[in-house]
Design a protein around this ligand. Structure first.
Ligand SMILES: NC(=O)c1ccc[n+]([C@@H]2O[C@H](COP(=O)([O-])OP(=O)(O)OC[C@H]3O[C@@H](n4cnc5c(N)ncnc54)[C@H](O)[C@@H]3O)[C@@H](O)[C@H]2O)c1
Ligand SMILES: [Zn+2]
Length: 367
C-alpha cells in the first residue's frame, strides 16, 4: 500500500499579505476543515469549478465542506479559454449573489488556471472581496497560476486584460487530483517547471532530469517535491518583485516566442507546448549570443523532449511569428527584447537582439 506523503508548506510573504501553499496528498477530503481556518463563522461556501473538474472532484469537496457545516453553492462553467471572459463570469455572479452571502463567505476555486484566474477575480469583486481558497487541479495551476495573485479574464482585444491582484487565504495543492488530468495537460505544466529551473535552479534542473520518468508516472512523492520546489521558485521571484518592476520578468522566459506561436497557430498548441518551443528557441538564441554553451542548450532541449513536449514544429509561419513578436511592443530599432538563459539557473533581459537572428532561430524550430 502507498504510504501517504507528508504535507509540505511553502510560505508566501508579500508586503501586504502572507499565505501558504500546502502541498499534500488526499487533501481535497479535508478542504472543509482547511476552509474553516479562514472562515470560522461562515455559513455558506461557494465553489467555482469547470464541468470537467466537477465530474471528478466536486463531490468530495462539497461533502468535506458540508461536514464542517457549510451550505455549499457551486457553479460549474464550461471548460476552456472561451469561458474566461466577462460573459463567462455572469453565471458565477448570478449563482453566488443570490445565495445569501456575506463578506465571510469563502470562495473555493477548484480547477486549473482558468478557474483559478476567474475564481480569484470573482472573490476579489464579490462584496469587494471574500476569502479565496485556491485548489489548483492542473500542474500548471499548482506551480504557476496559483502563486502571484494575478486574477482576471480575457477580452477580445487580448488575453488577461481585465483583472486585479488578489491573493488567496491559502492554496491547497492535492497531487492526487493530477491522476485524472489528461497526460497532455500534465506535460504542458512541465514546461513551466523546466522554465523555473532554467532561470533559477541548476540543481533543480538536474533533479528534474533524474526524476522525470517518476513524475510522468505520477509518483506522489515526486509530484509533491516537484510542486513544492516550483512553488518555492515562483514565490521567490514574486516576493522579490511583487509588482513586476524588474526580475519577475524572468518568468516570461520562452513566452515571447511562445505567445507568438500560440497566436499564429490559432491556439493549436497548449500554452505549455508553445512555451516548450519557446524555451528551445530561447536556448538556441542564447547560444547564438554566447550566453550559454552548446552543451547547455542541448541539455535544455533534451529535457523538453524527455517531458514529451515539442521541440520542433514544421508548420510555423516565421514571418507571422516575428511580426507578432515585434507587435508585442518590444522592438527598438529592429532589435527585440528577450529574457534569455545566462547559464543554467540564471536569466538576463536583453533588448538588443537583432531581428534577423530571431528570424533564424524561429526558422530553426521548423526542423
Ligand atoms: N494568474 C497567473 O499568474 C497565471 C499564470 C499562468 C497561467 N495562467 C492562466 O491559466 C490558464 C491555463 O491554465 P491550465 O493550463 O490549468 O488550463 P485549464 O484551467 O483550462 O485546465 C486544463 C484542462 O484540464 C481540465 N482539468 C483541470 N484539472 C483537471 C483534473 N484534475 N482532472 C481532469 N481534468 C482537469 C480542465 O477542465 C481543462 O480542460 C490560462 O488562462 C492562463 O492565462 C494564469
Ligand atoms: Zn506560462
Amino acid at each position: 500500500v502507498d504510504q501517504e506523503i507528508d504535507e509540505t508548506k511553502v510560505a508566501i510573504t508579500l508586503p501586504d499579505h502572507a499565505y501558504e501553499v500546502r502541498v499534500a496528498q488526499r487533501s481535497l477530503r479535508s478542504i472543509g476543515q482547511i476552509t474553516r481556518e479562514f472562515s470560522a463563522s461562515g455559513k455558506k461556501a461557494l465553489v467555482l469549478t469547470d464541468s470537467n473538474v466537477a465530474a471528478v472532484l466536486l463531490e468530495p469537496v462539497k461533502q468535506s465542506l458540508e461536514r464542517v457545516g457549510f451550505h455549499v453553492t457551486s457553479c460549474a462553467i464550461a471548460g476552456g479559454e472561451t469561458s474566461k471572459s466577462l460573459e463567462g463570469l455572469a453565471p458565477a455572479y448570478d449563482a453566488f449573489l443570490t445565495a445569501g452571502i456575506d463578506r465571510r463567505t469563502p470562495l473555493i476555486a477548484l480547477g486549473g488556471g482558468i478557474i483559478g484566474d476567474m475564481g480569484g477575480f470573482v472573490a476579489a469583486t464579490l462584496l469587494r472581496g471574500v476569502p479565496l481558497i485556491q485548489v489548483p487541479t492542473t500542474l500548471l495551476a499548482m506551480v504557476d497560476s496559483s502563486v502571484g495573485g494575478k486574477t482576471g479574464v480575457n477580452h477580445r482585444v487580448g488575453k488577461n486584460l481585465i483583472g486585479a491582484f488578489y491573493h488567496p487565504s491559502v492554496v491547497v495543492a492535492d497531487v492526487d487530483t493530477l491522476r485524472s488530468l489528461p497526460a497532455r495537460e500534465l506535460r504542458a505544466g512541465l514546461a513551466e517547471c523546466i522554465k523555473h529551473d532554467i532561470i533559477r535552479d541548476a540543481a533543480g534542473f538536474a533533479s528534474l532530469e533524474e526524476n522525470l520518468s517518476e513524475v510522468l508516472q505520477l509518483n506522489p512523492r515526486r509530484l509533491a517535491e516537484l510542486v513544492a520546489h516550483n512553488v518555492a521558485i515562483k514565490a521567490r521571484v514574486v516576493m522579490a518583485d511583487p509588482f513586476e518592476h524588474g526580475e519577475r520578468a524572468h518568468l516570461i522566459l520562452g513566452h515571447t516566442f511562445g505567445h507568438a506561436i500560440e497566436t499564429t497557430t490559432d491556439y493549436k498548441y497548449l500554452h505549455g507546448e508553445a512555451v516548450a518551443l519557446g524555451l528551445v528557441a530561447a536556448a538556441r538564441l542564447a547560444q547564438s549570443l554566447q550566453l550559454i554553451d552548446a552543451a547547455t542548450a542541448s541539455r535544455i532541449e533534451r529535457l523538453v523532449v524527455a517531458a514529451g513536449l515539442p521541440t520542433q514544429a514544421s508548420d510555423l509561419d516565421v514571418d507571422r511569428i516575428v511580426a507578432s513578436m515585434a507587435h508585442d511592443k518590444k522592438v527598438r530599432d529592429s532589435r527585440l527584447r528577450f529574457v534569455l538563459p545566462a547559464g543554467l539557473g540564471s536569466a538576463i533581459i536583453r533588448d538588443d537582439v537583432p531581428v534577423e537572428l530571431v528570424r533564424q532561430t524561429v526558422d530553426s524550430l521548423r526542423g
